[in-house]
Design a protein around this ligand. Structure first.
Ligand SMILES: [Zn+2]
Length: 383
């Protein structure tokens, strides 16, 4: 019985992995072998992400714990990095003067001498992001003609210095000033200068409420797909994305269980969450009805900020999911009526619409919904 044999094999194997000591050498250098690797506040994937480093980056090791290295960053801060995504450098490699931590501490301008020192925004209104990619949170926006000082580059994005001293990333194709030099920009700019700024979601307490569950399937689509399955799938994806950005997340349910409305609200109120987001899919007797809507409790009852949260979530969904915009709406739904923090209920498409039902059940679309909801929350929490 192969299955049984495998099950028993895993236990000792797991124990072996857990207790396998890292190489005894406590101090030294490691080189990042993963593509883009998270730096975390503690030795485990449960800890908040402090930033990221790219392949080839060298980091000084100051300790180890549970298979993770505690490393010193160029700016003096400390972070943890997974031991299996780096390799220990041989002492011989460290001897080369260009490799050590000194090299890392050089100003970014040295590393990117070929690049421009300032760029001018050519796009109409361009997002400034926390890292080099559209997956990173938006920190703000700049308008056409704005001039920005460049302090580094990564993956086709410029790391720029803002007037208030903060750093951000801007897409290389929405600015000018790079010219020929831009084409020569090294793909990976080593050292700590590309470390993204913390997400606006870091430290925020967010409750995600997957609608329905257990004996209550919610609405059921023409081919039998159940709303409760969709809401839980999206909630789990969303929770992971939010935690990656340093948010604290509470799911009102994390499995297919029956849960009344009152305990959902109670959990959020007791925890003193900063925001509450209930996920649902809509349904109609008219199978042609389609689109997105976000609901909050009408003024007089509802917690301050709910209408703004609804607008942020709705705008992000419409922009990123490209389904009909049915707008921000109000209703006395229990979960948005009795919550004591900004609270909204998102109706992500109509499960009663055959086209939207087939979308809702695909993991790709669920992933896009989760990403859209992250964007909505980022808009809401943006300073
Ligand atoms: Zn529902």
């Amino acid at each position: 019985m192969v299955v049984k044999w495998c099950k028993w094999l895993w236990v000792p194997l797991l124990l072996l992995v857990l207790f396998l000591p890292l190489p005894a050498q406590a101090a030294g250098m490691v080189e990042v072998t993963g593509d883009v690797v998270n730096l975390r506040a503690g030795p485990g994937t449960d800890y908040p992400v402090l930033g990221q480093v790219e392949q080839g980056t060298q980091l000084a090791v100051i300790g180890e714990a549970r298979g993770w290295y505690n490393v010193l960053l160029a700016d003096g801060r400390r972070a943890f990095i997974a031991g299996w995504l780096v390799r220990l450098l041989e002492p011989a490699a460290l001897a080369a003067p260009s490799r050590g931590i000194q090299a890392q501490q050089e100003r970014p301008s040295t590393a990117s001498a070929a690049g421009p020192s300032t760029v001018e925004v050519t796009g109409d209104v361009v997002n400034l992001r926390a890292g080099p990619g559209t997956d990173y949170p938006v920190l703000g926006q700049v308008e056409q003609g704005a001039q920005l000082a460049v302090i580094g580059e990564a993956r086709g994005w410029y790391n720029v210095l803002l007037a208030d001293g903060r750093r951000a990333f801007i897409a290389g194709w929405l600015v000018s000033g790079g010219g020929a030099a831009y084409a020569n920009v090294p793909l990976v700019s080593r050292g700590g200068e590309n470390r993204p700024l913390p997400s606006v979601l870091a430290g925020k307490k967010i409750v995600i409420d997957p609608g329905h569950g257990g004996s209550d399937p919610g609405a059921i689509g023409p081919t039998g797909y159940q709303e409760k399955a969709f809401t839980l799938a999206v909630a789990r994806l969303l929770a992971t994305k939010l935690r990656e950005r340093g948010a604290q997340v509470l799911l009102t349910r994390d499995s297919d269980v029956t849960l009344d409305l009152a305990p959902r609200v109670e959990k959020a109120n007791c925890w003193e969450a900063d925001a509450f987001l209930s996920i649902h899919a809509n349904a109609s007797t008219d199978s042609s009805v389609a689109g997105l809507s976000t609901w909050y409790c009408p003024s007089g009852f509802c917690p301050k900020g709910s209408s703004y949260l609804a607008r942020c979530v709705q705008e992000a969904m419409v922009q990123e999911l490209q389904l009909p915009d049915l707008g921000v709406r109000t209703a006395n739904f229990y979960v948005v009526r009795y919550t004591q923090m900004p609270a909204v209920l998102a109706e992500v498409g109509f499960i009663s619409n055959p086209g939207e039902e087939s979308l809702l059940r695909t993991p790709e679309f669920q992933e896009r919904v989760a990403q859209a909801l992250v964007s909505g929350l980022e808009r809401f929490f943006a300073p």
